[in-house]
Design a protein around this ligand. Structure first.
Ligand SMILES: *Cc1c(COP(=O)(O)O)cnc(C)c1O
Length: 662
């Protein structure tokens, strides 16, 4: 556990409260190290005081920036002609695995250095759960409320505000009335010349009260309402096991009400890119909410949608300069199909009515997206209602249910492609594909030669190529878009999952200037006649901008590359012993068919056991038929990948034993 103790000012008793929390933590069997990374002037008195009040405390061995002048860290460092602390250096000195109580020097917005970093930046960047210490008497209200507003503005969650000083009931009541969302905990005003029994008791109670929010909520309060009222997606309610009550999401982990901590091995339906609960995304959403939450996007515009469009165009290397907003992957696909359809109509070409799509394709669950999909398992009941098109089997780089021969069938697959364009090129409206990886049908990786040939044929026959990168986009395959790494030149690209870091629904359909121009006319009916009420959601766009910022500052694509290396090494080392069928890895995708299940065996009963067994080993996993996959948040670090792979090996071991026992 980590705690950061800050104050509304210098003399409010941060050190006493830190000492109380240290004593409470130790007495509750969760000892914390004490670290005051920056000490100015007489601050060593603080450490002496902590040691006196909490003799058992272990100081943390991390670096300490110590200056003689009793002033703010920036001034004290300047006076001493020494280096000032930076958030980065403090972060580097902070052991992520250690349990530490950190105390700031001075109040929240005290400058640390001449780059104007403050404790607030430190808390935000290092994602530290924060306790605010306030006085109790005159001046408390204003100082406390200002500090809370400053924390709000940065999207920082406050565990509690501890009121330290002689009891002042009226101030406490005012604070509770002004900020009903916060917890104000008065700490008793004690004689601290000797650590007494009263001190120990107060310390324990304070620690319990402060960490209460970290404990899981009681699902008894809400779980029954789910069972009575919620209709879950893709769920047979008659036979499905009860859903997991999740109460917390942080980084790559999800926590259940009973305190299980599970690796989010499917990135919350492949959406999470920057890690759960990233404070920068939260802060961006909070800040945007104070400006514009949502407004109409027809005949009006706003800053986040404009800035995000510019950023996305830049990521497409300028190839796709037009951006249409919607709010989910299926809609991004619908928009792509409708752009192509209407652009032919707008140009007076009426006979190009069918789209070429591919066996195993999944483009979403709306009718247009289902019509160009070929995922029988998902869409069988609706097939009589769908529009017709042309379809072909892709060539995959491994044996799969859609292409059992894998790369062996390349020559035949290329011939089929060419024949399709020769025979039907004149009547096709366009081509839609999930480039490189078909996600939902079982993480099928295409043969790159085959895919690139498809791209070339589209150019040759001047047929618009729609890439559904709802899954492969935003870094999943190691580049921002799969088309970059696969060397394709699309006319339309659909993006959704991952775009907002995995927080708010948002989708975009990117296209070329030529496509955009085919809608320009004096005739209003030639405008793209499509829109959603939440088009260009300002909150979601702000979240996406923050996510892109994190992609850069936290080098998310490097992390994806590291995962690719780890998973490929693991395959090379372990796949044979483990009996994995068609193991494959690309970017932050690892997949294989379950040992003991045939390559075409989509409904193998073994697969149904995976979620339960994986959960025993700390993984929240789903399977796609007999395909087991690991598609974590892109922010995953190499060490976490290795940990997850070990958990997967244990899961496979249990699966093997249970299977053998039957
Ligand atoms: C998930 C997905 C979709 C559908 O996105 P939704 O947001 O669920 O509507 C479309 N295409 C691909 C490739 C997907 O993976």
């Amino acid at each position: 556990m980590k705690l950061f103790v800050t104050g509304t000012g210098t003399d409010v008793g941060k050190t006493i409260i830190s000492a109380a929390l240290l004593v409470g933590a130790a007495r509750r069997g969760q000892p914390l190290h004490y670290w005051k990374p920056v000490q100015t002037g007489g601050d060593s008195i603080d450490r002496d005081q902590v040691e006196r009040l909490c003799p058992a405390v272990q100081p943390y061995a991390g670096r300490v920036w110590s200056y003689p002048l009793p002033a703010s860290p920036d001034q004290a460092a300047q006076a001493a002609v020494r280096e000032a602390p930076t958030v980065e250096a403090i972060g580097a000195a902070l052991d992520p695995a250690a349990d530490i109580l950190m105390e700031g020097a001075g109040g929240l917005l005290v400058p640390l250095n001449e780059q104007n970093e403050t404790w607030r930046d430190c808390i935000r960047m290092l994602q530290l759960p924060t306790v605010v210490v306030a006085g109790s008497g005159l001046g408390t209200l204003n100082h406390t409320l200002l500090t809370l507003e400053a924390l709000d503005a940065a999207g920082i969650e406050v565990l509690a505000v501890v009121i330290n000083g002689p009891a002042h009931e009226a101030n406490l009541q005012s604070l509770k009335r002004m900020r009903p969302d916060q917890r104000f905990i008065p700490f008793p005003w004690l004689d601290l010349t000797q650590p007494s029994a009263a001190w120990h008791r107060a310390a324990e109670e304070l620690f319990d009260a402060v960490t209460l929010r970290n404990q899981t909520t009681d699902p008894a309060a809400w779980y029954a309402y789910d069972r009575q009222h919620c209709w879950h997606p893709y769920t047979q309610h008659q036979t499905a096991p009860d859903p997991l009550p999740l109460v917390k999401a942080q980084g790559i982990y999800l926590e259940t009400a009973s305190g299980e901590k599970l690796i989010d091995a499917s990135a919350s339906w492949w959406t999470n890119s920057t890690g759960h609960g990233h404070p920068k995304v939260g802060a961006a959403i909070a800040r945007q909410h104070q400006k514009i939450d949502h407004c109409i996007f027809a005949g009006a515009t706003h800053e986040p949608a404009s800035l995000l469009a510019k950023e996305l165009v830049k990521l497409s290397q300028g190839q796709l300069p037009r951006v249409f907003y919607s709010d989910n992957g299926s809609c991004a696909v619908e928009v792509g199909l409708k752009m192509v359809a209407q652009s032919w109509q707008n140009r007076g070409i009426y006979h190009r009515k069918s789209f070429l799509f591919f066996k195993g394709a999944y483009h979403g669950d709306t009718f247009g997206a289902m019509s160009v999909g070929a995922s029988e398992g998902f869409h069988k009941a609706f097939s009589p209602y769908l529009f017709a098109g042309k379809s072909l089997a892709p060539v995959t780089s491994h044996a799969s249910p859609i292409c059992p021969e894998g790369p062996e069938s390349l020559a035949r697959g290329l011939d089929e492609l060419k024949a399709m364009f020769q025979n039907h090129g004149h009547e096709l409206a366009g081509v839609i594909i999930e480039p490189w990886v078909q996600g939902a049908s079982g993480m099928n990786f295409q043969d790159l030669t085959w895919l690139q040939t498809l791209g070339r044929l589209c150019r040759e026959y001047a047929l618009p190529l729609i890439l559904d990168e709802v899954f492969t986009g935003m870094g999943r395959v190691g580049s921002y878009f799969a088309f970059e790494r696969a060397g394709l030149q699309p006319d339309i690209v659909c993006i959704a999952k991952g775009l907002t870091g995995g927080t708010l629904p948002l989708a975009v359909t990117l296209t070329t200037e030529a496509m955009f121009e085919s809608f320009l006319d004096q005739d209003g009916s030639k405008a793209l006649l499509h829109g959603h009420t939440f088009t260009g959601s300002a909150l979601a766009c702000a979240a996406a901008l923050a996510a892109l910022d994190i992609y850069r500052s936290e080098k998310i694509l490097d992390r994806v590359a590291a995962m690719e290396t780890e998973t490929r090494n693991w395959i090379a080392r372990r796949a044979q012993d483990l009996g994995l069928i068609s193991p494959r890895a690309l970017g932050a995708i690892l997949a294989f068919e379950l040992p003991g299940s045939g390559a075409g065996d989509y409904f193998h009963p073994l697969a149904q056991k995976v979620p339960t067994i994986a959960r025993r080993h700390g993984l929240l996993m789903r399977t796609l038929g007999n395909t087991m996959y690991f598609v974590p948040p892109l922010s995953i670090q190499a060490g976490e990948v290795r940990d997850a792979l070990q958990r997967m090996e244990r899961t496979l071991g249990d699966l093997h034993r249970e299977n053998g026992a039957e």
